[in-house]
Design a protein around this ligand. Sequence first.
Ligand code: BYC
Length: 314
Amino acid sequence: MDTKEKSDVFQKRIDNGEKIEPKDWMPERYRKQLIRMMSQHAHSEIVGMLPEGNWITRAPSLKRKMVLLAKVQDEAGHGLYLYSATETLGVKRKDLVEDYLYGKAKYSSIFNYPTLTYADICVIGWLVDGAAIVNQTMLAKSSYGPYARANLRICKEESFHKKQGYEMLAKMAGGTPEQQKMAQDAVNRWWWPTLMMFGPPDEESPNSAELITWAVKTKTNDELRQSFVDRTVMEARKIGVTLPDPDLKYNEETGHWEYGEIPWDEFWRVIKGDGPMNRERLKARRKAYEEGAWVREAAMEYARKKKYREGKAS
Ligand code: BYC
């Protein structure tokens, strides 16, 4: 079969809802798009440990500390599943990691904002993990098997993350006037950046059409954003916090909540490296990577020796 015939068979498989597995034939562009998107996703999980990890030592109780510690460890696990899934496409983890630490690979814009109080930890769980669930539930149906399966597992853990954040925020929003103020302030600061997580509006999203044709994404950025807004408005009301958007209103005809103008200039600035915390985040990750070099070397050497011993024994 020539490439055109192979591409047609490939597209038929996608249209029939089949999963593509690592050893199957795939167009080079499909492979490249997956590497871009999956590795960005992996980097996001790892960088995403920083804003919350920063608060582990200052958690308000032992219970909260244990929950936060478990959550941050889960994020590391998500990064690892995703790097492993990306490696099935024939790339090396080291190259992927060095691409974002020293090159141009992106990670989610949301992690370039600071966590100023403990209420930010509650709001990250509720809004950021809530947004991630909406996005990743869709990605769990992605056409690439290893990515779909990684997202399925991630979503189960994210749902615990969201619940713990929402429960904490509900407590804070029903607490003392000072706690209520902290909760509302955190919601005000994280609302718009959370809406930006879904990516640019559909008409400015160069990758969406191709990704949807290949069922890597099955919904557009705006569709997912709308679904997140619809479910979050009700959740906010239930716990007595206000979403900071005076234009938010329910449209009886469409059955959706309409929202105001997202500050897209800020989004583009942040993803180009000029957000409030971009420099600090990369500095912290580079430091960890460089200081951890000996751990990686020791682990590789241990694995090599173990393999050698087992090979000799058999
Ligand atoms: N941030 O054509 P578009 C988590 C870039 S972590 C940065 O629409 P696409 C958690 C985009 O990459 C979960 N960059 O792209 C962890 C593209 O640039 P390039 C994070 C963004 O791929 C710890 C350009 O803008 N989730 O949950 O069709 C604690 C044009 O965009 C962003 C994922 O990574 C952004 N927000 O759609 C708590 C999900 N948006 O690459 C929680 C996986 C867009 O052409 N990724 N860009 O130079 C996706 O679902 C999709 O890639 C996106 C973008 C929706 C992000």
